[in-house]
Design a protein around this ligand. Structure first.
Ligand code: PMV
Length: 296
């Protein structure tokens, strides 16, 4: 049995979304695939390595199996994981692998979970591993599509060509979310207004997406990035890419937790080729409407 689930990009609003502000997020056409086979023990094979249940190397898969075992007794199975999404890239690879593992196990053992229950389990896994989390990644990975968060109202972003540039530097979501939480505890009077400003950027971004105003979206990317930098989640590699993007007359922003990970910008196929010549791990992506997919 093979299942897959998509990664995602935050167009606007990461981090602020953890504190109830608006965000814009979309599933993308890069997926993580999980093949499950019956086996006496648990074996997890992924690009990170081969382990048994191992909360250090494979925290999301291991936690997912623990939670599934609470509802259905499973003694063992082998998971073979491959991914088009770079690991720890801010593109939701953790949620994608979690959703695909739960989906594949559900199918293989006929557990009978519906999509909502798969999402709830994936959300619990994220909470257990990450501590603080908005639940956005597992939602988008399970259901696909683009959304205004927290309302989960669908948005049509079909017209947007999103270019993703991976910095090659890993983004540690737990670490970055904790860093922002500490900053908020220390300077609530400064950080809350920054979250409010990001909230307004997300709302204006949604209007710009609806009217197809690419200049405005680009401009808002730049402002959102400035605020993300001010809360300490940018990095040297992100800043260097953004400088290159701006040199070519565009704006960009980090996407996801930051501290590494990926940068997004809007652009044509030509822009994509130009950026790929500078940064090999560059992807031109489109909106993915399908969430968890059962390949059989
Ligand atoms: O980097 P990712 O793909 O794990 O996204 C994290 C997004 C945050 O807003 C920073 C955290 C969250 O749970 O929404």
């Amino acid at each position: 049995m093979i299942c897959s689930a998509p990664g995602k990009v935050f167009l606007f609003g990461e981090h602020a979304v953890v504190y109830g502000r608006h965000a814009v997020v979309s599933a993308i056409n890069l997926r993580t695939f999980v093949k499950i086979e019956r086996h006496p023990d648990f074996v997890i094979e992924s690009p990170i390595g081969t382990t048994g249940l191992d909360a250090i190397t494979h925290p999301y898969v291991t936690e997912a199996i623990h939670l599934i075992q609470e509802i259905h007794p499973i003694k063992g199975c082998r998971f073979h994981i491959t991914s088009e999404i770079p690991v720890s890239s801010g593109l939701g690879s953790s949620a994608a692998v979690t959703v695909a593992v739960i989906g594949a196990t559900n199918e293989e053992f006929n557990i009978g979970l519906g999509r909502d229950e798969i999402y709830e389990l994936a959300r619990k896994v994220e909470k257990r591993v990450q501590g603080i989390a908005s639940g956005t990644d597992p939602f988008v990975s399970t259901f696909g599509g683009a959304y205004q968060i927290p309302e989960r109202e669908k948005i049509d972003i079909k017209g947007l060509n999103i270019i993703i540039i991976y910095t090659g530097q890993e983004s540690n979501t737990k670490k970055m979310v904790e860093k922002v939480a500490e900053l908020r505890n220390r300077f609530p009077d400064i950080i809350e207004p920054i979250f409010d400003a990001i909230d307004q950027i997300s709302l204006r971004g949604i209007q710009a997406i609806k009217t197809g105003d690419l200049d405005e979206i680009n401009f808002l990317f730049g402002m959102n990035q400035g605020l993300l930098k001010s809360i300490g989640v940018s990095s040297e590699s992100i800043d260097a890419i953004i400088t290159d993007v701006e040199r070519h007359g565009k704006r960009g922003k980090l996407t996801g937790a930051g501290g590494g990970g990926s940068v997004i910008t809007l652009g044509s196929k030509e822009d994509y080729k130009m950026l790929k010549s500078l940064y090999p791990d560059t992807f031109l992506v489109s909106l993915e409407n399908e969430g968890l997919k059962i390949h059989g």
